[in-house]
Design a protein around this ligand. Structure first.
Ligand code: SF4
Length: 644
């Protein structure tokens, strides 16, 4: 493959697995200007190609992998692969973001995105080497774990190959199965089950081309400033390179026993403290082009295995929320989830919900089929994880995932769910950051999510990093979250949308002032516009960048409207006996007022939450209004299921 200046002149690969047909379509400059890449390209493909409300596990569903505008460059933290589909967990947009090397390799091979449709008759994998794209037999791969799959494909195609694919959970259509990239980098919300439903085990890619910015001098001068920033900044280095993402354990604290008891730093149980986890750490690993190496590598003496990335979310979900404090057992569970290819948060929260429903008598002994659901039973939980991945016995029900699992037992069970639009909310303080956190769960286009508006990061790290951060933030024109939480959230949503579309790790926008570290010189959106201009050779203004972020977000909202999402689904609620503070109650009281303000400022109808035609027309996507305006969509109640 030859070098292509401003690599966004690359191709999209459209692969119909039913007909085994591969089509290459060139990306136009207009596509790049409107939707940038990565998440932007994926969300547009889903709205264009998913035919309304369908079973996410039917061949008509679309699976899109987009590598982001800056993938493969030396700009730090730009190796994220965005994976999008109609989610079998929630029945709305389901997307996830994974690190590793896949997105860079795909770019080196000359592709911006892969769009998969249909269903192969037998298990297949796809091998891509530059222009050569082959759909191959995966008979020998079916049944292997994610790690074994990568090893098999590297034996077959060489060590250079980068792999995205699924483990047994995806094959068995577990509704929260993940796409795994290069063994350990996960993308959530059930995309793994969509691979499984398409009989697709993996994609292995090798690219030999290069990525050349249109204006290399200008682009790499800015990239160098970015690298220098990360190298200089002791706070960032400490958080990422030393502690890693279980930093949350000393910053936000997990919950105990299905969200019933919030733990303070002093109350963190022995076994789940950062120093306990550190005892198992034997090294660090990172994604392509990242100087930070935020992921720990741990060794499990009892099984002789190595795992990676013990995160706040896995420790609370598999550990404390299930009252399990055995460090090695929790790390082993996380490693099992990675090898089987399952999302740790939904896995842990679904098991904790099952324990609670059993304790309440909603789930009786016959229903749990003799399985132990005692709080704190680590060995029992290891067994449950295996049963879930293979849909064996009671594991078949757990494999439905959180709200779908609760639905099996009726309204009383559903009342104990802590979710938004079918996605479990996880544990974070409800009134965190002047309530932006809760609001961001409601407005997220993929259901409850702590990464869509990056609400939790607002300001907290800046204060530690630089005593003048608040003044600098206000000077840079950023909304003051204390006075304008809705403005701050929209700002955050734009920054996260850009990160996902440009292929940047959200670690790079850990706080708004770092959204592009260049912000120490240029405000966030202007810095992004400068990078885009230098990379693509097209002139991007600050307004172009903000408009692109809004276009992507509103495209996703329209996709969800067609899946039956209405204003009532922007609700946030607490299960009975949830640990609710007075401040949190006050937050819930003012929730709908904030939602109305949010919809107004997003240019949506405050009554229906549908985006208004003139908003879409202003962004050049007025045609989307034709698909939603004046139409009645059946109300969402989770994923559609085809009657067999
Ligand atoms: S900060 Fe961590 S997750 Fe992000 S790009 Fe670097 S190594 Fe990957």
């Amino acid at each position: 493959m030859s070098t292509s200046p401003g690599q966004n002149a690359g191709n999209v690969l459209i692969i119909d697995l039913t007909r085994e047909k591969v089509v290459k379509r060139e990306v136009s400059p207009e596509d790049v200007k409107a939707y940038l890449g990565g998440r932007g390209f994926n969300s547009k493909a889903l709205l264009d190609m998913v035919p309304g409300r369908i079973d996410p596990l039917s061949p008509e569903n679309v699976l899109a992998l987009g590598n982001g505008t800056f993938a493969g460059t030396a700009l730090p933290m730009t190796s994220r692969l965005h994976i999008s589909t109609l989610s079998p967990l929630s029945g709305i947009l389901g997307d996830g973001n994974a690190g590793g090397e896949f997105s860079a390799m795909l770019k080196f091979a000359g592709y911006e995105q892969i769009v998969l449709t249909g269903r192969a008759k037998k298990p297949k994998y796809i091998f891509i080497e530059d222009d050569n794209v082959e759909i191959r037999d995966a008979g020998e791969l079916w049944g292997l774990t994610t790690g074994e799959t990568v090893d098999w494909l590297r034996d077959e195609h060489g060590d250079e190959v980068s792999v995205a694919g699924i483990g047994p959970a995806g094959e068995n259509l577990v509704r929260f199965a993940t796409t795994m990239v290069d063994k350990y980098h996960s993308g959530a919300r059930g995309s793994g089950a969509v691979w499984g439903s398409k009989n697709l085990k993996a994609i292995a890619v090798i690219g030999t081309g290069e990525v050349e910015p249109a204006d290399p001098e200008r682009f790499y001068e800015m990239a160098r400033e970015d690298i220098d920033y990360f190298n200089r900044n002791e706070f960032v280095k400490r958080i990422y390179s030393v502690i890693g993402t279980h930093y949350g354990l000393i910053q936000w604290y997990p919950s105990w026993k299905y969200f019933q008891v919030p733990l303070s730093a002093e109350e963190l149980p022995v076994g789940l403290r950062p120093q306990d986890l550190a005892e198992y750490e034997v090294g660090r690993t990172q994604c392509f082009s990242c100087p930070l190496a935020c992921k720990d590598v741990y060794y499990l003496p009892s099984t002789g295995e190595y795992g990676t990335a013990s995160e706040f979310e896995s420790i609370y979900a598999l550990g404390s929320n299930n009252c399990i404090t055995d460090t090695e057992a929790v790390l082993r569970m996380e490693h099992m989830a990675d090898e089987y290819g399952m999302d740790v948060m939904t896995l842990g929260d679904t098991i904790a919900l099952a324990r609670l429903l059993h304790e309440k008598g909603i789930l009786n002994e016959e229903e749990v089929e003799g399985i132990s659901l005692e709080w704190g039973d680590a060995e029992g939980q290891i067994e449950l994880i295996e049963m879930t991945a293979y849909r064996e016995g009671f594991g078949d029900k757990l494999a439905e995932g959180y709200r779908n699992f609760a639905k099996l037992y009726g309204g009383e069970a559903l009342a104990y769910c802590y979710d938004v639009k079918g996605v479990n909310r996880g544990w974070y303080e409800v009134d965190f950051i002047n309530g932006i956190f809760t609001l961001s769960h409601a407005t997220s286009t993929r259901g409850a999510d702590h990464l869509r508006g990056r609400s939790w990061a607002y300001w907290e790290n800046d204060k530690l990093m630089d005593p003048d951060a608040v003044r600098k933030m206000l000077d840079a024109g950023l909304p003051d979250y204390r006075k304008d939480p809705v403005g701050a959230l929209i700002y955050g949503e734009r920054a996260c949308t850009l990160a996902d579309s440009l292929g940047r790790c959200k670690g790079s926008i850990n706080s708004w002032l770092q959204a592009v570290p260049l912000v120490w010189k240029y405000p966030v959106f202007r810095g992004t516009a400068m990078l885009l201009s230098a990379f693509t050779g097209m002139e991007f203004t600050e307004k172009d960048v903000i408009d692109a972020a809004d276009r992507i977000y509103l495209t996703e909202m329209a996709f969800n409207v067609r899946q039956g999402i209405k204003k009532k689904h922007y609700d946030v609620k607490f299960p009975p006996e949830f640990a609710v503070t007075e401040k949190a109650k006050a937050q819930v009281k003012r929730h709908w007022k904030l939602v109305d303000e949010y919809l107004e400022r997003r240019g949506c109808d405050v009554k229906t939450a549908y985006t208004k035609r003139d908003t879409l027309e202003r962004l050049g996507i007025g045609h989307i209004a034709n698909r939603i305006e004046g139409k009645e969509f059946p109300e969402w109640d989770g994923p559609v299921r085809e009657v067999a």
